[in-house]
Design a binder for this molecule. Structure first.
Ligand code: TYM
Length: 334
């Protein structure tokens, strides 16, 4: 298939710290699998990150760290377009236009806005509110067909589809209608201490989250401390959020089905199971960690990859942005 006729994948990740096991198993792991059949754009969404106050030097460093992680985790820059969102101005331009096609009623329903505004009560800015519109622009700019995401981004993708449909109804078929790809297992990895909440890099209790850079002994310790329940059976059950989460992690890491994982640990104690999950995770991460450390030492290589990615993304976005501007009635002669 030629580059032009391949379907398009777009997804993004915020450079707000070290990626977690949740973002790897829920999203990045699937990005890597798809690069031969699709034209893939994976974007470090630094513009989304400033909806929460950031230290500028840290944000810059975290952007590079994230780019190095994406490459280390298997996204070959020769086969995938990797770039920083802020380096392609089309994202901001389309976001403004789409803001004028998104209703406040729709944004009021976004659960992530409600969660984040209660966490950052001192800084409930307009960007935090219109965050999903920028995300819709990210996706729609490229005629994206498929968006591999974790379950927490599903509502944002539905909004994106609603806005695309509304725009197309008014102006004709400008945008492709994107479909989510949400993995059947691992789309919502939960906190190890709070298995009723999503594993998150902003969680204050560090034992709740596995960061991809965690050393093997740290990973194993965190898993040993993982909250389970007062029973003794290792099986999937609505009453066992902690065990369900550990089984999902083990299944994603080993490639075994949940049923195979259950029978592997049948009759064994929680202690043994938790150690086995920790060991499997730390073994899986080791080569990625080594590769990320190697890559992060070469800032000029990373900057070159990002600049090349931004140039390609700019080129791919240009026809859609031009169509949108013409459709809404902007003067197009320069
Ligand atoms: P972000 O940076 O929070 O997370 C990146 C990706 O990882 C997934 N993820 C998880 N999956 C399973 N379990 C978890 N505990 C977990 N934590 C994170 C997220 O669902 C996501 O797919 N708004 C997005 C970034 C974004 C984007 C886009 C995504 C901006 N524009 C366009 C897709 C398309 C975000 O904050 O992801």
């Amino acid at each position: 298939m030629s580059e032009k006729s391949k379907p398009i994948i777009f997804s993004g990740i915020q450079p707000t710290g070290i990626p977690t096991l949740g973002s790897f198993l829920g999203a990045i792991k699937h990005w890597e699998r798809l690069s031969s059949e699709y034209t893939c754009l994976y974007c470090v969404v630094d513009m989304h990150s400033i909806t929460v106050r950031q230290n500028p030097a840290e944000l810059r460093a975290n952007g590079r760290e994230m780019l190095a992680w994406l490459i280390a985790l298997g996204l070959d820059p020769g086969k995938n377009i990797l770039y920083y969102q802020s380096q392609v101005s089309a994202h901001a331009e389309l976001a403004w236009i789409l803001n004028c096609f998104t209703y406040m009623g729709e944004l009021n329903r976004m659960t992530q806005f409600k969660e984040k505004s209660s966490k950052h009560a001192e800084n409930i800015n307009a960007g935090l509110y219109t965050y999903p519109v920028l995300m819709a622009a990210d996706i729609l700019l490229f005629q994206t067909n498929l968006v591999p995401i974790g379950d927490d981004q599903k509502q944002h993708l539905e909004l994106c589809r609603d806005v695309a449909g509304r725009f197309n109804n008014i102006y004709g078929e400008i945008f492709a209608m994107p479909e989510p790809y949400i993995a059947p297992v691992g789309a919502r990895i939960m906190g190890l201490q709070t298995p009723e909440n999503k594993m998150s890099k902003s969680e204050e209790n560090v034992n709740d989250t596995i960061f991809l850079s965690d050393a093997p002994d740290v990973i194993i310790r965190k898993f040993k401390r993982a909250v389970t329940d007062s029973g003794n059976q290792i099986r999937v059950s609505p009453e066992k959020p902690g065990i369900n989460n550990l089984l999902a992690i083990y299944s994603c890491v080993t490639g075994k089905t949940l049923a195979e994982c259950e029978s592997e640990f049948a009759g064994q104690g929680y202690g043994h199971f938790k150690t086995a999950v920790g060991e499997a995770v730390s073994e899986m991460l080791k080569p990625y960690q080594q590769e990320q450390s190697r890559l992060i030492a070469d800032a000029s290589y990373l900057d070159k990859i990002a600049a090349e990615g931004a140039a390609k993304a700019h080129e791919l976005a240009a026809p859609t942005l031009a169509k949108v501007k013409a459709a809404v009635g902007f003067n197009t002669t320069l």
